[in-house]
Design a protein around this ligand. Structure first.
Ligand SMILES: NC(=O)c1ccc[n+]([C@@H]2O[C@H](COP(=O)([O-])OP(=O)(O)OC[C@H]3O[C@@H](n4cnc5c(N)ncnc54)[C@H](OP(=O)(O)O)[C@@H]3O)[C@@H](O)[C@H]2O)c1
Length: 211
């Protein structure tokens, strides 16, 4: 199946490599097309570079918006039409980096980023917050663990989105575990209790219940 990945920076490129290694074909776009072209060349035949963000979504079965939180709404507005009826996967953490390299929250503490993103999407788009639960390096090194796969947590309010994102998580080399609805997105983010954890399914399920 085909996934569009919009944003080919730190996490977008890691997601692209893992999905391609799991057999997914990819349509890539980025602000500077050279960035998507470089990644596509690394990945090989499984990846094509789209003309622009709207073109990336054409014919895709799922869309990953691997973008900084502060640019998400602008890109969603740009591609809103084609997002209707799509699975939309968002790994973004609601953080921004200042000129001194310090991270700060872009939402009031306690506000669910998943709910905020859901409010930006067109009716009919199905949202899962996923693939942003580990730093890019850890995400790649923890994939395809054997004999027991590591868990990748996700949240969604939509059962169909859950099934679809679980397929992508397995393709990327992880075992999917739902941590709850979108209101639980903070648990997956930097500073959340489920962030940057490499755990198997049994421990993951006990952690979810233990919040
Ligand atoms: N990096 C990580 O380890 C990591 C892990 C988990 C979650 N996250 C979260 O994931 C999000 C992205 O982080 P990142 O580290 O991947 O950021 P990044 O390295 O800055 O990459 C952002 C990507 O977005 C692209 N972009 C910006 N504006 C765009 C637009 N209008 N249309 C299309 N593409 C656009 C950039 O294009 P260009 O390449 O052309 O500039 C770049 O490829 C953040 O919210 C972060 O908190 C990151």
């Amino acid at each position: 199946m085909t996934t569009a990945i919009i944003g080919t920076g730190g996490i977008g490129s890691a997601i692209a490599r893992q999905l391609a290694s799991g057999g997914e074909t990819l349509r890539l776009s980025s602000a500077d097309p050279a960035s998507a072209r470089t990644l596509a060349a690394q990945i090989g035949r499984a990846a094509v570079v789209a003309v622009d963000n709207r073109d990336a979504v054409q014919g895709a079965d799922a869309v990953v918006l691997a973008l900084r939180f502060t640019v998400l709404k602008g890109v969603i507005d740009e591609i809103a039409g084609p997002l209707t009826g799509q699975l939309v996967v968002v790994p973004s953490n609601p953080l921004t980096l200042d000129a001194h390299g310090s991270l700060s929250l872009v939402l009031p503490k306690g506000q669910s980023s998943g709910k905020v993103v859901a409010g930006w999407l067109p009716a009919g788009a199905r949202l899962a917050m996923a693939f942003g639960t580990m730093s890019a390096d850890l995400f790649e090194s923890a994939s395809n663990r054997s004999p027991q796969p590591a868990v990748l947590f996700y949240v969604t309010d939509d059962d169909r989105a859950g099934q679809e994102v679980e397929r992508l998580i397995r393709a990327a080399g992880f075992e999917p575990v739902k941590a709850g609805g979108l209101e639980q997105s903070g648990r997956l983010e930097v500073g959340g209790d489920l962030h940057d954890l490499v755990v198997g399914p049994a421990e993951a399920r006990s952690l979810i219940g233990g919040a």
